[in-house]
Write a protein that binds this ligand. Structure first.
Ligand code: NI
Length: 379
């Protein structure tokens, strides 16, 4: 099985596609599924998503297994033969591995259909990286016909050693929201700032002051992240520009705190802009909810993990601040989400989303065995 998984993963790795543009990937998934004796294949679910169902030979629940398909706008830095052939696009988050794992599990479960408990829904999702493809699939009926009872997903993760599976009960991944702040000043000569209203200086204050939300407004026991990820303004040494654009992300684990954050951010922006005689435009978008593992489903996942990689390798994991739109399905159905370790040495130690990210491919077999064990378990 490992060779099959590696071949599929390397093909996908070489042909990455951005969120909601997973056309060749979806076609590849469909082609692979059409070679299998699955009951149904639905395409175009949530635009580019693909869903197949398999009825097992034993009674049991309807279990959805999810793999996300999209890649990131990153230029891969790598010499490996399977490096990205699409300039500026890279599978830097392991979603190539997720697709390979779920396709491999579908193959294995078709072979072992008599042992499969209930119905398995193989869910290949578009647009995880910010486009809420998971929600699009739900809106397109992914959790009905058949009515899904429980949902599972995994994520390849270089923060964990290859061979290990990380899981926890309750909140696991934070909510993830995004905002933009446009600071509107009046440009001028860099040597005559008194004639301008400088949006660069205002942006500098905004960037540092926003950190007081974490340090002075949220309780120290409540993890929150406010990060500015983009700063755009100006063109040269000696010109004060008219505008500066900031983009940022907000993560937290508390629903009530989450609701207060847009006001807190805008109040700080507003105060600074007023003090420094510039205007602003502010937009805030609630993006992904917090991902919460159902304790009973997490136990099902732990048991499957033990079957896949040994109980000693199934570890209780701390929360991590990466977000995931699988949380939309977790809001609808009991579910569990696990991290599958991919770090096997220096070449596979780069963090997810790094331009040098790569995985120890032994992890593919761990993920495959985890999904297979979930499908073979009795209800
Ligand atoms: Ni990811």
């Amino acid at each position: 099985m490992k060779d099959v998984l590696v071949a599929m993963r390397r093909h996908l790795h070489a042909h990455p596609e951005l969120s909601m543009a997973e056309f060749a990937t979806a076609a590849y998934v469909r082609e692979q599924l059409e070679a299998l004796p699955v009951e149904t294949i639905r395409i175009g679910v949530g635009q580019t998503g693909v869903i197949a169902t398999l009825n097992g030979g034993r009674p049991g629940p309807v279990t959805l297994l999810r793999a996300d398909m999209d890649a990131l706008p990153i230029d891969e830095i790598s010499d490996v033969p399977y490096r990205s052939q699409n300039a500026g696009v890279m599978h830097a988050c392991g979603h190539d591995g997720h697709v390979s794992i779920l396709l491999g599990a579908a193959q294995t479960l078709c072979r072992r259909r008599a042992e499969v408990a209930g119905t398995i829904v193989f869910c290949f999702q578009p647009g995880e990286e910010g486009s809420a493809g998971n929600r699009l699939m739900i809106e397109d009926g992914a959790l009905e016909d058949p009515h899904v009872d429980r949902v599972f997903a995994l994520h390849l993760y270089s923060g964990l050693e290859c061979g290990k599976i990380g899981i926890r009960n309750g909140p696991f991944l934070p909510s993830s929201d995004r905002f933009t702040i446009e600071i509107l000043g009046t440009g001028g000569h860099g040597a005559m700032p008194q004639s301008a209203r400088d949006p660069i200086v205002a942006a500098g204050h905004v960037i540092t002051m926003l950190q007081t939300i974490v340090s002075r407004e949220a309780a120290p026991k409540d993890p929150v992240v406010v990060s500015i990820g983009a700063v755009h303004g100006g063109t040269t040494f000696n010109v004060i520009p008219d505008t500066v654009l900031l983009r940022g992300t907000v993560r937290c684990f508390d629903i009530d705190l989450r609701r207060t954050l847009p006001e807190r951010i805008e109040r700080i922006v507003d105060g600074i802009c007023e003090a420094l005689r510039v205007e602003h435009r502010f937009t805030y978008q609630y993006n992904y909810p917090m991902l919460v593992n159902d304790p009973a489903m997490a136990d099902v996942m732990r048991a499957a993990g033990a079957a896949a990689t040994g109980a000693a390798n199934v570890v209780e994991h701390d929360v991590i601040m990466m977000a995931e739109d699988m949380s939309f399905m977790h809001e609808q159905r009991p579910g569990a989400y696990a991290l599958v370790g991919t770090r096997g040495g220096p070449a596979t130690a780069f963090p997810n989303h790094n331009a040098r990210f790569d995985i120890d491919e032994d992890a593919l077999l761990v993920g495959h065995d985890l999904f297979v064990a979930l499908a073979l378990q009795p209800a």
